[in-house]
Design a binder for this molecule. Structure first.
Ligand code: HEM
Length: 443
């Protein structure tokens, strides 16, 4: 292995692909979750999966768009026999089930973990994550998942959640997604215009982070190097409610589209309000992130200060405050589940649809948990009291949304909840070396 402070030299062939690979579009994927009864059988499953794990090497190559990655929960690491002294060294967010921090993360009201359904029985040990550009490639990866479990009676699949691109190739509320993500030093290629730059240790253990320190994990380096933590959330989306809200609070179709754009910070096409605040225009892909807020839009006249994208990534907007945005970056992997509600339908059909978000972060406390609790479900950091994210907030309390408008500021009161949490867990996504270490069991 290379020295741990080697920025600019990522072990791409030892890092699981989901961290760096672009998601195919359309996509066909699945979350397969397993419970393990016997430690030796759990390790046998890892050994079978290992040759099929897709790494980040060659990630820019479209032909390799299908991938298979493996994660373990903290109970899963215990189940396969990892010694207690190593288990105790994992971050608290991993050691304690996410549901135990429900108040902090805003999983209250409808989002209460008592109502979660992913996985169906509350927990899992090993997860196999599949992503493919077509049905055939998906079926091949699925067969590997099935095969890994064969003749291992104590390994039981407890959940399967398929992810599929909605027919309009957007997410369920109708927005283009997967647009903005940080560029990690050493990942290869060149950053796009306006893309935020991040030290690899923010997202991958074994490398230098934004604090100038090497991000590490518990136990031997072989276990944690090239690994990370994924903060997984299953979020149900109330699409009919969202559509009715846009219509009810707008005078015409343009007004509804503008409101959707103000809530997100981008038109539903993906065009940023920062580049075109009054009408939706086609923007070349390389310009989709070419904007900042501090000099060009300090008061949020274009991109509302309380809009989704400006909250979850304030870019340079908080430069004069004590908040260091570089310490709260997230690498998002989002994919939709459930069939699309046909265009124009305003009544709920009772079908479960939404998004599974998987945020890669080396320090879940100061990354995912911070963003979710402080920026999504609270407005204090932008002097907006307890007002929440208009799209993703739980809207149990103080769900108002204000934005600059002519002739006067517009304040929408009492937004209904558009998103309900249906499951969540922090998991360990080891590097290939970590998977080998775990599969061997020579602690
Ligand atoms: C169902 C719930 C959600 C929906 C519909 C949603 C939708 C969107 C959309 C449309 C974008 C802009 C397009 C893009 O950059 O890909 C976006 C960006 C983003 N979202 Fe969400 N989101 C949701 C939940 C969340 C949550 C809970 C978080 C974090 C805790 C989050 C973090 C981000 C980040 C970091 C960005 C990139 C912002 C930027 O760099 O400009 N999202 N989301």
């Amino acid at each position: 292995m290379r020295p741990t402070d080697a920025v600019g030299a990522l072990d791409l062939d030892r890092i699981q692909g989901t961290i760096l690979r672009e998601r195919p579009l359309p996509y066909f994927g699945s979350y397969l979750l397993y419970e393990v009864g016997d430690a030796a059988e759990g390790r046998a499953m890892l050994r079978r999966l290992l040759p099929h794990v897709t790494t980040a090497a060659g990630w820019e190559h479209p032909a390799q768009d299908a991938w298979l990655n493996v994660v373990l929960t903290h109970p899963g690491l215990a189940r396969i026999g990892l010694p207690r002294e190593i288990l105790d060294g994992f971050p608290r967010e991993l050691r304690e089930p996410m549901r135990t921090r429900k108040e902090f993360l805003g999983d209250i009201g409808e989002s209460d973990p008592a109502n979660w359904d992913f996985p169906e029985h509350g927990s899992f040990d090993i997860g196999v994550l599949l992503m493919a550009p077509d049905e055939t490639a998906f079926a091949e990866k699925l067969a590997i998942g099935h095969g890994a479990q064969e003749d291992l009676p104590s390994v039981r699949r407890v959940s399967r959640l398929d992810i599929r691109t909605p027919d309009n190739l957007r997410e369920h509320f109708g927005y283009a997604d997967g647009i903005s993500r940080p560029y990690i030093e050493g990942q290869g290629g060149t950053p796009r215009r306006g893309q935020s730059l991040a030290k690899p240790g923010e997202f991958i253990l074994g490398y230098v982070n934004e604090l100038g320190r090497t991000a590490t994990g518990p136990g031997p380096e072989a276990l944690w190097r090239n690994g990370t933590y994924l903060s997984i959330r299953k979020l149900h989306q109330k699409v009919a409610e969202f559509r009715r809200f846009l219509t009810a609070r707008s005078e015409d179709e343009y007004g509804a589209e503008l409101l959707a754009a103000k809530m997100a910070g981008r038109w539903r096409s993906g065009c940023p309000l920062a580049l075109s605040p009054e009408k939706d225009v086609t923007v070349e892909p390389e310009r989709l992130n070419d904007f900042a807020y501090y000099d060009d839009d300090p008061r949020g006249l274009r991109t509302p200060v309380a809009s989704h994208i400006r909250r979850v990534n304030p870019r340079d907007a908080l430069k004069d405050t004590i908040v260091d945005v570089r310490l709260h970056q997230l690498l998002r992997r989002g994919a939709a589940y459930g069939p699309m509600l046909p265009e124009g339908v305003l009544e709920d059909d009772g079908v479960d649809r939404g998004v599974v978000l998987a945020f890669a972060n080396a320090d879940p406390a100061r990354q995912f948990e911070f963003v979710q609790s402080q920026w999504v479900n609270d407005g204090d950091f932008i002097s907006a009291g307890a007002d929440q994210d208009p799209l993703a907030g739980n809207h149990v309390t103080d769900a108002d949304f204000s934005y600059a408008a002519k002739p006067v500021r517009r304040r929408l009161r009492g937004l209904p909840a558009f998103v309900v949490t249906k499951g969540g867990e922090h998991v360990f996504l080891p590097g290939v070396n970590g998977l080998e270490y775990l599969a061997d069991g020579h602690w």
